[in-house]
Design a protein around this ligand. Structure first.
Ligand code: COA
Ligand code: AMP
Length: 630
């Protein structure tokens, strides 16, 4: 095996040769004719021509090649007290039947299907069934409210909507169909039909003529064969928060994605086919798409679909229990989950109950990993604990310690080095590369590696403006960071208005739209401030209209409910503070970064463009009085 450096250098020196070779690791019905090309928008794309099918790679390929009876998926649900296992053959058969259901409802190659479902096997089955027939799925995370679902329905224009009757948040029952009904009512686009998976603990009333019972339609279904697809055919759309109120529809295409999934399992996660891989996330996020569903299955691993939380389901030992019980070899989750576990089990009493010999490596991502948590985990587990960095846009790691190539020394605080295929640079605003240890914008010299977004769903202009225009020739990640003299990259956080709450990516602009719509609000700013457990949490600063007679507590309660109803509980919007005015530039732009610094009580330099310096003192005083940082 090559060293990391030589492998990485090869990937940049001759990307076409490198990714041609990596593409051999997956089964193509017909090999691609070109490796790297420019599409009709003059954008770089990977793998032109040839044919393949992602669902085939994840399932049928293994059934045909000796893994038919290996467990493919373990559904472990402490909230319903269920453990259910599917072999590759069983999962393939379930997927083929559900693909038949989709076809029976008129879904064809290129149609979109929205999936609003909790962490149950049927969700993964639905995704793989779409992939089998070339339909494009768009999974919406269950913690989003009806309005967010409606926005996504209007953008993706699904032929069909797949839902479950409900989910369980620890013990709280989430009535999914009430949310679906509200969303469909709000949306302009109307799906032809909904297929609803009825769970034991909540039965949803079905709307005659629109809704179908999952099990009933499944009984009538004829299994559907997989459809050969072009590598450039879209596999899914996944909406993620942007800097405006409208989420971005990240497109993932079949070919590059399958190659990247396979490549990352071997070279980043260092796992072999037949081993057990667990990503404790949610299928509604990119981690769930890539590392609960597609990558482990394509690689021939057993994957775990966990319906629970790191704590309270039933206790802070639940992760350790799953690792021991299912003999997990590689584990991946967000640091916030471990901060919750550490808080609930500071003496590691639960941890000591389990034997974790199977566990070889722990990967963390989704948010900045604080050094305290990383070191705590390293000391506790005595295995490599690897922070790594990526985004919904990339679909797989861009900065990591490529443990399957060579485990490099770990520098706590750094997300590692650039992954093969990613030419990562730290740039100043004029697009010049900055010297080591100097903070700037994290950008990637084009082309991005296979698997990364080729475009936004039906919005090339936004794609170009958001990602390509800020630094010509580069993809702009939205993150800030620096590189040290050894090439280790340290991510310092978003430099736009996106925040990261408990590993969930959220837009303050979306919350601001909701807060601004309150009749008492003249203007407002929602910013993300530091939080010991969730990394960040949102907080609203609100200027009231003249003559409003509302207490801060009353206003806060109303705003919290509005954000919950319109964005969703996952926003964790819990605080709103009334202030006399907001700090602004002379041209009227709200100085959100300065507000963030004030709220976090960190030093800042007021910009020369500020309209009135005295507002900063007022804000500092207010933040102290209201104990914002605590
Ligand atoms: N459906 C409905 N509601 C959901 C939901 C879902 N799928 N996921 C979260 N919510 C709700 C929660 O119930 C909570 O509601 P509440 O305000 O009524 O309590 C709210 O959204 C906030 O959820 P969360 O941010 O998850 O906070 P929490 O306090 O419930 O749990 C942690 C804290 C740290 C345990 C939890 O955030 C966690 O497990 N994080 C791991 C992060 C992760 O997997 N990230 C994915 C990227 S790798
Ligand atoms: P998402 O698209 O939801 O995966 O969120 C991506 C964003 O999460 C990135 O742009 C970063 O801001 C943040 N992020 C993800 N992983 C890390 C990490 N390892 N370190 C720091 N920030 C991270």
């Amino acid at each position: 095996m090559a060293s990391y450096q030589s492998f990485y250098d090869q990937s940049l020196a001759n990307p076409e040769a490198f990714w041609k070779e990596q593409a051999q690791a997956i089964h193509w019905f017909e090999h691609p004719e070109e490796i790297l090309y420019k599409d009709e928008h003059d954008l770089p794309r990977w793998y032109k021509g040839g044919s393949m099918n992602t669902s085939y790679l994840a399932l049928d390929y293994h059934v045909e090649n000796g893994r038919a009876d290996q467990v493919a998926l373990i559904y472990d649900s402490p909230v319903t007290d269920t453990i259910q296992k599917y072999t590759f053959r069983e999962l393939r058969d379930e997927v083929a039947r559900f693909a038949g259901v989709l076809q029976s409802k008129g879904v064809e190659k290129g149609d979109t299907v929205v999936i609003y479902m909790p962490m149950i096997p049927q969700t993964a089955i639905a995704m793989l069934a779409c992939a089998r027939i070339g339909a494009i799925h768009s999974v919406v995370f269950g913690g989003f409210a009806a309005h967010e679902l409606a926005i996504r329905i209007d953008d993706a224009k699904p032929k069909l909507l797949l839902a479950a009757s409900g989910g369980l948040e620890i013990k709280r029952v989430i009535d999914y169909m009430t949310i679906v009904n509200k969303a469909i009512e709000e949306a302009t686009h109307q799906p032809d039909a909904c297929i609803v998976y009825q769970r034991d603990f909540i039965k949803a009333p079905l709307k005659e003529g629109r809704d179908y019972d999952w099990d009933q339609v499944l009984q009538l279904a004829v299994p559907a064969p997989y459809v050969p697809l072009l590598p450039a055919d879209p596999l899914y759309i996944l909406y993620t928060s942007g800097t405006t109120g409208k989420p971005k529809g990240i497109v993932r295409e079949n070919g590059g994605h399958a190659v990247a999934m396979k490549f990352s399992m071997k070279y980043v996660y260092g796992i072999e086919p037949g081993e057990v891989y667990w990503a404790a996330s949610d299928v509604g996020w990119v981690v769930g798409h890539s590392y609960i569903v597609y990558a482990p299955l394509i690689h021939g691993c057993t994957t775990i679909l966990f319906e629970g939380k790191p704590i309270k389901t039933p206790d802070a030992g639940t992760f350790w229990r799953v690792i021991e019980q299912h003999q997990v070899n590689v584990f991946f989750t967000a640091p916030t989950a471990f901060r919750a576990i550490k808080k609930a089990d500071p003496e590691s009493i639960f941890f000591k109950k389990y034997k974790l010999e199977s566990l070889r490596t722990l990967f963390l991502a989704g948010e900045r990993c604080d050094v305290t948590t990383l070191n705590w985990l390293r000391d506790l587990l005595q295995i490599p604990v690897i922070d790594h960095w990526w985004q919904t846009e990339s679909g797989w790691p861009m900065i990591a310690n490529m443990s399957g190539v060579e485990l490099l020394p770990i520098k706590p605080g750094s997300a590692g080095k650039a992954v093969c295929g990613y030419d990562i640079r730290i740039l100043d605003p004029e697009c010049n590369e900055l010297p080591p240890n100097t903070e700037g914008a994290v950008a990637i010299h084009l082309p991005l590696a296979p698997g990364c977004l080729p475009n936004l769903w039906q919005d090339t202009e936004r794609f170009k403006n958001s990602y390509l225009a800020p630094y010509p020739g580069y993809y702009f990640s939205g993150d800030g960071g620096y590189k040290d003299e050894d090439g280790y990259i340290f991510i310092t956080g978003r430099i736009d208005d996106i925040i990261n709450v408990a590993g969930h990516r959220l837009s303050t602009a979306e919350m601001e739209e909701v807060v601004a719509a309150h009749p008492a609000v003249a203007e407002c700013a929602v910013i993300g401030i530091r939080d010991d457990l969730k990394g960040q949490k949102p907080i609203g600063f609100v200027v009231l209209k003249e003559g409003i007679n509302l207490t801060e507590a009353e206003l806060e309660a109303e705003l919290v409910q509005m954000v919950r109803d319109q964005v969703g509980p996952v926003a964790s919007f819990k605080r709103a503070i009334i202030c006399d005015r907001l700090p602004k530039t002379r041209s009227g732009k709200i100085l959100r970064k300065i507000m963030r610094n004030i709220a976090d009580e960190v030093q800042y330099n007021p910009p020369s463009t500020i309209e009135d310096m005295s507002v900063l003192g007022e804000l500092e005083q207010l933040v102290k009085e209201k104990h914002v940082g605590s």
